[in-house]
Ligand binder design. Structure first.
Ligand SMILES: Nc1ncnc2c1ncn2[C@@H]1O[C@H](COP(=O)(O)OP(=O)(O)O)[C@@H](O)[C@H]1O
Ligand SMILES: [Mg+2]
Length: 400
């Protein structure tokens, strides 16, 4: 911004900018001080088969993954940023003892949980119980975002677009859509195609394309047999598929902090589907590369970019989201956008060669690197903890 433009701003606007700049400088100083003394624990998904991890191994309604490699990427980035003491530990029954043994001040939750229902909410719930501040969504938000049926009801009540759906919990005999008032209300006589998927899933696992109504029962039973949880039946959206990431307003660029006056929306992209690919293939099978995702151009894709950005900001504000999510969005045959899901723990793998993550892909446009992204997530959360959560973040307050 030129000096002239700054001078022309009304007095109050100038004051606001000055205040914001002042707070960012203060935050930078606080983080500098934190880095010298902070003991940060990066938590990844614990394995229920490991001795002492749980009392009794049970089921995994959400397909399990350790996320340990990504936790290492996050830890390495934090060390590069200047954080002196960073450790890694699994999310399991011993987490409290491990945090106490390390005398950790702050946890970075990069875990989808160990087992059981609503497993993404377990680690934040434990942090609340232990009194350890953490980077990640609070337990209720994590649970809502990872429960597609609950999330979609939130979208509905906020008037945000999402595909028509029915939630099914098959009991006993095969599923009969005609006898399910919820299904009939959502779909009436519609013959398909449908998508049948777990309410808590990841990476397209157990997501089934169902051409016609006659095949719904078998698909519902199949997903239920694999997840033992509610099953979501959705209208199949045949248009283009998109992703967009959104995080808090404090960001890092070239290692320096800035505060935007809105949440940070970035990496808008189109997922590239093969001609006959109805469902985006799991990243477990095909890693994310430039061939699988196309960043949206700020000029030629300006219209859809603006729509994605507006949707992301609406979801963020209406639901009261506080830290990074990645929205998965798909267009219907008419090109209208519908929100598929908001991933509460999007992949934060450090880019390596051609393999990257959907979130990190578009950082260059904002003059940011992977390390800037990690520092942004950290700084934004620390800012919230220090400015709004006094009481629950005393361990941090004492360090700054
Ligand atoms: N209603 C739908 N219409 C079309 N495709 C869908 C629909 N729901 C899911 N898909 C496809 O399945 C993939 C995975 O679904 P998603 O809801 O994002 O769950 P997750 O990523 O947690 O497995 C999407 O990326 C998309 O390709
Ligand atoms: Mg998805």
């Amino acid at each position: 911004m030129s000096v002239i433009a700054l001078r022309q701003k009304p007095q109050t606007e100038e004051k606001k900018l000055a205040r914001r700049a002042g707070r960012v400088l203060e935050l930078e100083r606080q983080i500098d001080r934190l880095f010298r003394r902070l003991r940060l624990a990066v938590v990844f998904g614990g394995d229920k088969q490991v001795e002492g991890a749980v009392i009794e191994p049970t089921g995994n309604p959400r397909s399990w993954k350790s996320y340990e490699t990504v936790a290492r990427d996050i830890a390495a980035s934090m060390v590069r940023a200047g954080c002196k003491q960073v450790s890694l530990m699994p999310d399991d029954m011993r987490l409290g003892d491990n945090l106490r043994a390390q005398d950790a001040h702050l946890a970075w939750l990069n875990t989808g949980g160990v087992q059981g229902h609503c497993s993404v909410a377990h680690a934040p719930a434990m942090m609340e119980l232990f009194g350890i501040p953490y980077i990640g969504h609070d337990p209720m938000m994590a649970g809502i975002l990872d429960s597609k049926h609950v999330f979609k009801r939130q979208l509905r009540s906020a008037g945000l677009p999402t595909a028509s759906f029915a939630i099914v919990l098959p009991e006993g005999a095969g599923y009969l859509p005609e006898q399910d008032p919820v299904f009939m209300n959502a779909f009436g006589e519609q013959e398909g195609p449908f998508i049948v998927k777990p309410v808590s899933g990841r990476a397209s696992l157990n997501v089934l394309y169902v051409q016609s109504r006659a095949d719904l029962a078998a698909a519902v039973d199949e997903v239920y047999a694999r997840t033992r949880n509610y099953v979501l039946v959705e209208q199949y959206l045949s248009g283009a598929e998109y992703c967009v990431a959104i995080g808090g307003p404090v960001i890092a660029r070239g290692g320096r902090l800035e505060r935007l006056d809105h949440p940070f929306v970035f990496s808008p992209l189109e997922r590239v589907l093969d001609k006959d690919e109805k469902i985006f293939t799991s990243m477990d099978l095909k890693p994310i590369s430039g061939e699988r995702a196309r960043l949206l151009n700020s000029e030629s894709d300006a219209k859809v970019r603006a729509e994605l950005e507006a949707l992301a900001i609406e979801v963020w504000r209406q639901l009261g989201i506080e830290t990074l999510v990645r929205l998965d969005i798909r267009a219907d045959a008419q090109g209208k956008l519908h929100i598929l899901e908001a991933n509460p723990k999007p992949d934060l793998k450090a880019p390596e060669g051609v393999v990257t993550s959907l979130v990190a892909m578009g950082l260059a446009e904002f003059g940011m690197t992977y390390d800037d992204l990690i520092l942004s997530i950290f700084a934004d959360r620390v800012d919230t903890l220090l400015s709004q959560r006094r009481g629950s973040a005393d361990r941090l307050v004492r360090l700054v």
